[in-house]
Ligand binder design. Structure first.
Ligand code: HEM
Ligand code: HEM
Length: 176
């Protein structure tokens, strides 16, 4: 196993990104789901406080992961087909767009924002910035749910391809 990707398999760093982010994203959707479906319950109080900080961490990780993908572009496995390639690109894009729209709204609210005690941006006096609030309200939750749909499709296709003897040897390796 190499650190970098090779044409037949993803290397250690891509795998660590893939599987740690998969777990963190699962948690992120538990908090979003609790907020949406179980408002004012103990389950929401447990999950929701992690939503903003973890969202910012995921944004930073996705930037680094994208950078790593670009560095490995000429050596990493080719996607199995065009649909898989477009699907992965859309996941990358929505993993940026979903938290960025929320960050824009957060900034526009004029309230200071920090995560784990580290300042992200200071607040400001005066009116809230309406167009920034609108970007978050119009797109954040929606982008998040579309991302979830794509991820469910991605997992379904990965399991289906793994079970298909015709594809098993051409599928890029990300599990072992
Ligand atoms: C939140 C969950 C997940 C996300 C966001 C995600 C995202 C991605 C992305 C962006 C890629 C392209 C390679 C890369 O750039 O790292 C990829 C590849 C892959 N993923 Fe996932 N994934 C998730 C969960 C899973 C799960 C649960 C499975 C297994 C059931 C899986 C199986 C695969 C396989 C087999 C590949 C390689 C396929 C290829 O390159 O054509 N993924 N995933
Ligand atoms: C990958 C990162 C993120 C994902 C996948 C995600 C996903 C979601 C989803 C699906 C919802 C809809 C739940 C509902 O309507 O109650 C939501 C709501 C929300 N998210 Fe996020 N989120 C992410 C990052 C962030 C960040 C970074 C912030 C703040 C800086 C944030 C703040 C909020 C807030 C305040 C709501 C409730 C209001 C609304 O529906 O827009 N999220 N998020």
């Amino acid at each position: 196993m190499t650190i970098k990707d090779s044409p037949k398999r993803y290397g250690t760093i891509s795998r660590v990104f893939h599987w740690t982010m998969a777990l963190l994203i699962l948690w992120q959707f538990l908090s979003a789901g609790a907020h949406y479906f179980l408002e004012d319950t103990a389950i929401e109080s447990f999950f929701w406080p992690t939503h903003k900080p973890l969202g910012v961490v995921l944004l930073a990780m996705d930037f680094l992961r994208l950078l790593w993908a670009i560095i490995n572009l000429s050596t990493r496995p080719h996607s199995i087909n065009l649909l898989a390639k477009l699907g992965h690109l859309s996941i990358y894009f929505l993993l940026l767009a979903t938290p960025i729209t929320a960050m824009i709204r957060q900034y526009g609210s004029g309230r200071s924002f920090d995560i784990f005690g580290a300042p992200i941006f200071p607040g400001f006096d005066g009116d809230r910035i309406q167009w920034m609030l609108d970007i978050g309200s119009d797109f954040h939750g929606e982008a998040g749910w579309v991302l979830l749909l794509l991820i469910v499709g991605h997992i379904f296709m990965a399991i289906r391809s793994k079970k298909n003897p015709a594809k098993i040897n051409v599928m890029p390796r990300i599990w072992k």
